[in-house]
Design a protein around this ligand. Structure first.
Ligand code: AMP
Ligand code: MG
Length: 403
C-alpha cells in the first residue's frame, strides 16, 4: 500500500499552474494575478472634497462663529462628476458635493452642517484650516505604484483597487475547469423516485460543490451507468472541455468496477491502494492527447470526500497558482475514545467543540455515513501506527471551516 503523502506527491508532480490569460474584471474574482498591476494614474486622481459643503478660501471664514457668521456669495454648484466653471475669489464660495473636484482658488471645504445650506449666499458658522476636507491627488496611490503583485489572490478588496485603476482586463491564472463524472447503475438524479435498490447520486453534487469551494469551475456529468462503452464515451466527451476530470465509483475490486476496467487499459492511468481510511482504492493518471489529469475517487461518499480533501483540493489550488495548497491543521484534545485500523491513516469526521477540543461525529466511521459527514467541520487525523486514541489525547485536526 502507498502512503497518503507519497500518493499525493505523485498526483501533484503532474499538476501545473494553468497558463495565464486575460479575463474581464468581473470574471477575475477568485483568480490569482499572473503579473504585477501598476496604477496608470494616481488615486485620488484629482484634489476633491471629502464632504458635502462649500469650497472656500480658509482666510475668508477665519472669523466665522455661531454668534458671528460669515456670509459668502455662492457662485457655482458642483455635484460629483462635474467641475466648477469659475474660480473661488475673496468673498465667494462654490457649493460642492463629496467627490467633486476642488475649484481653483479654494483651499478648504466647510461641511454643510456648519452652514445654512444657502444657494445664492451661504452663511458660515465655523472656521476651517486651509486644506480641511480635501482629499489630495495621489495621497492614496501614486501613478506607477504597484497596487497588486503577481501571486495575489483576487478577492473583493482586490477587485476594488483593480476597478479603481481602470484594470478592465486582468491577467490571471484562470479557475480550473473540472468535470465530475459519477458512475454507478444504482444512481438516480436527486428528486426522482427511487425504487428498491437504487440511491440518489450524492457524489457528483458533493464533488462539484467541493470543487467550487476549492476555487474551480466544476460541472456534473452523469450519473453514468456501469457500462464500459458509455463510461469511455463520457470521459472522451470531456477531454477538450476541462483541465481536470474527477470520477466517483467503480475503482474497487468488484465485478462491475467500470472505471478501473476501462481506464486501466488506457496506459497512463494507474490504480493503487492508499493506506488510509476511508478511501483506500484510488487511481489517477492522464487521458487523451492533451493528457488531461484524471483522478478516480472511490464511490462511498465519505471516501470520495476524504479523498477529495487529500488529493484533489491541493491539485486544484496548485492549478490556480496558489502556493498554500493545504488546509490549516491544529492540535486539539479528542474528547472521545476512537479506534483506528493499524497501518492506515484514519481521517475521522469530527466537530470542534465550543469550549475547545474535538469530538468524532456520526454513527461510526463507516465510509457510507453521510449523516456524520454533514455535521462535521473537522477531520481528525489518526496516524498509521496508532490504533487507539484515548479520550483526552492530543490529535492533529484538519480544519474544514472556511478560511
Ligand atoms: P463503488 O466504488 O462504485 O463500488 O461504490 C461503493 C459504494 O458507494 C456503493 O455502495 C455505491 O452505491 C456507493 N456510491 C457510488 N457512487 C455513488 C454516488 N455517486 N453517490 C452516492 N453513493 C455512491
Ligand atoms: Mg459502483
Amino acid at each position: 500500500m502507498e502512503t497518503v503523502d507519497d500518493y499525493r506527491d505523485r498526483i501533484l508532480s503532474g499538476i501545473h499552474v494553468l497558463d495565464p490569460l486575460e479575463l474581464p474584471l468581473s470574471s477575475a474574482h477568485g483568480c490569482v494575478l499572473a503579473k504585477d498591476v501598476a496604477a496608470p494614474w494616481p488615486l485620488p486622481s484629482f484634489d476633491n472634497s471629502s464632504m458635502d459643503g462649500y469650497a472656500v478660501r480658509a482666510a475668508d471664514v477665519a472669523s466665522a462663529t455661531d454668534e458671528s457668521p460669515v456670509t459668502l456669495t455662492v457662485i457655482d454648484d458642483v455635484p460629483a462628476g462635474y467641475r466648477a466653471t469659475e474660480a473661488v475669489r475673496e468673498g465667494t464660495a462654490v457649493r460642492i458635493m463629496t467627490g467633486a473636484p476642488m475649484p481653483d482658488g479654494a483651499d478648504a471645504v466647510v461641511p454643510v452642517e456648519r452652514t445654512d445650506g444657502g444657494t445664492d449666499t451661504v452663511s458660515i458658522t465655523a472656521s476651517v484650516d486651509a486644506g480641511a476636507y480635501i482629499r489630495r491627488a495621489a495621497e492614496d496611490v501614486a501613478s506607477g505604484d504597484i497596487v497588486l503583485s503577481a501571486g495575489t489572490l483576487i478577492g473583493a478588496r482586490q477587485v476594488a483597487i483593480l476597478a479603481a485603476v481602470g484594470c478592465g482586463l486582468v491577467y490571471v491564472h484562470p479557475r480550473p475547469r473540472v468535470a465530475v463524472i459519477s458512475t454507478g447503475s444504482e444512481l438516480v438524479e436527486p428528486g426522482l423516485p427511487l425504487r428498491h435498490g437504487l440511491i440518489s447520486d450524492s457524489n457528483s453534487y458533493l464533488l462539484v460543490a467541493a470543487c467550487k469551494e476549492a476555487g474551480a469551475d466544476a460541472y456534473r456529468v452523469g450519473p453514468i451507468v456501469d457500462d464500459d462503452r458509455q463510461f469511455l464515451a463520457a470521459v472522451e466527451d470531456q477531454l477538450h472541455r476541462c483541465d481536470l476530470i474527477l470520477t466517483s465509483g467503480g475503482v474497487s475490486m468488484g465485478a462491475y468496477d467500470t472505471v478501473k476496467a476501462v481506464l486501466s487499459q488506457l496506459g497512463s492511468v494507474e490504480f493503487t491502494k492508499v493506506a488510509m481510511q476511508p478511501g483506500m482504492p484510488q487511481g489517477h493518471g492522464y487521458v487523451g492527447e492533451e493528457e488531461v489529469p484524471i483522478i478516480t475517487l472511490p464511490g462511498n461518499p465519505v471516501s470520495s470526500y476524504v479523498s477529495f480533501e487529500n488529493f484533489v483540493r491541493p491539485a486544484i489550488r496548485r492549478m490556480r497558482g496558489l502556493s498554500q495548497l493545504h488546509r490549516p491543521v491544529r492540535a486539539e484534545t479528542c474528547t472521545v475514545t476512537l479506534s483506528s485500523p493499524a497501518g492506515k491513516r484514519q481521517f475521522a469526521r469530527g466537530r470542534f467543540l465550543p469550549g475547545g477540543g474535538v469530538s468524532p461525529v456520526g454513527a461510526g466511521q463507516g465510509s457510507h455515513v453521510l449523516g456524520g459527514l454533514a455535521v462535521s467541520d473537522a477531520l481528525i487525523v489518526v496516524p498509521e501506527d496508532t490504533t487507539t486514541v484515548n479520550a483526552g489525547d492530543n490529535v492533529t485536526v484538519i480544519d474544514l471551516r472556511d478560511e
